[in-house]
Design a protein around this ligand. Structure first.
Ligand SMILES: [Zn+2]
Length: 200
């Protein structure tokens, strides 16, 4: 089934031509790239999402920073950091960190795998359109970078009383940030629906 395409630049309406991998659909009037068909991108997106899922678990299971003060050593995880911020007159920063570095990334990673794994195995998962919408809405909010803000605030508050040492989750957060960005960059929704449409 051929669908219609609209050029974002000049609003030209055209029937979608049949494309094969690597093909680009270009607007005949203004030359804008309307769509790039990249089924390989979906495979890369799935691979990056699975990497992100593992990194997400590591990032939250292990401490981000260790604190040592007067011979006393303790460490804190992301959720510990959120807890600390919320009890420290910074409920907004705490909420922001919780949303953008925990809840939303979890939703995006989960949705990517939920949509792409079955499609790559050759079947359509149930509630596909709903999950797609969830992914689409949560994506702009999944900003692991904001975590850095929470971290800096926490560190600057603690720095006066303790020595702050980076721990394993800090590095895995950095890698998580990269894999999430790579997953999103490789996901093309039109290619996804084109592929899903071929399945039962
Ligand atoms: Zn155009």
């Amino acid at each position: 089934m051929k669908s219609l395409l609209v050029c974002d630049e000049c609003d030209l309406l055209l029937r979608e031509p049949s494309v094969k991998s690597g093909d680009m659909v270009i607007c005949p009037r203004c030359g804008d790239v309307l769509h790039r068909y990249q089924p390989e991108g979906l495979k890369r997106c799935l691979a990056f999402s699975m990497t992100a899922a593992i990194l997400f678990i590591i990032s939250n299971a292990f401490p981000i920073v260790g604190l040592s003060s007067k011979g006393l050593v303790s460490s804190t995880s992301l959720l510990g950091m959120v807890n600390m911020l919320s009890h420290d007159d910074m409920p907004l920063v705490a909420l922001l960190v919780l949303l953008t570095t925990f809840l939303m990334p979890a939703l995006v990673i989960g949705a990517f795998i939920y949509l792409l794994l079955p499609v790559s195995l050759g079947f359509r998962p149930p509630k596909m359109a709903f999950i797609f919408r969830v992914m689409h809405l949560s994506q702009p909010w999944a900003m692991v970078e904001v975590f850095m803000l929470g971290l800096l605030v926490t560190i600057s508050k603690l720095h006066a009383m303790a020595t702050v040492v980076p721990e394993i989750a800090l590095w895995s957060f950095v890698l998580l940030m990269i894999s999430l960005t790579a997953a999103a960059a490789n996901f093309d929704s039109r290619t996804f629906w084109d592929q899903a449409e071929l399945l039962e």
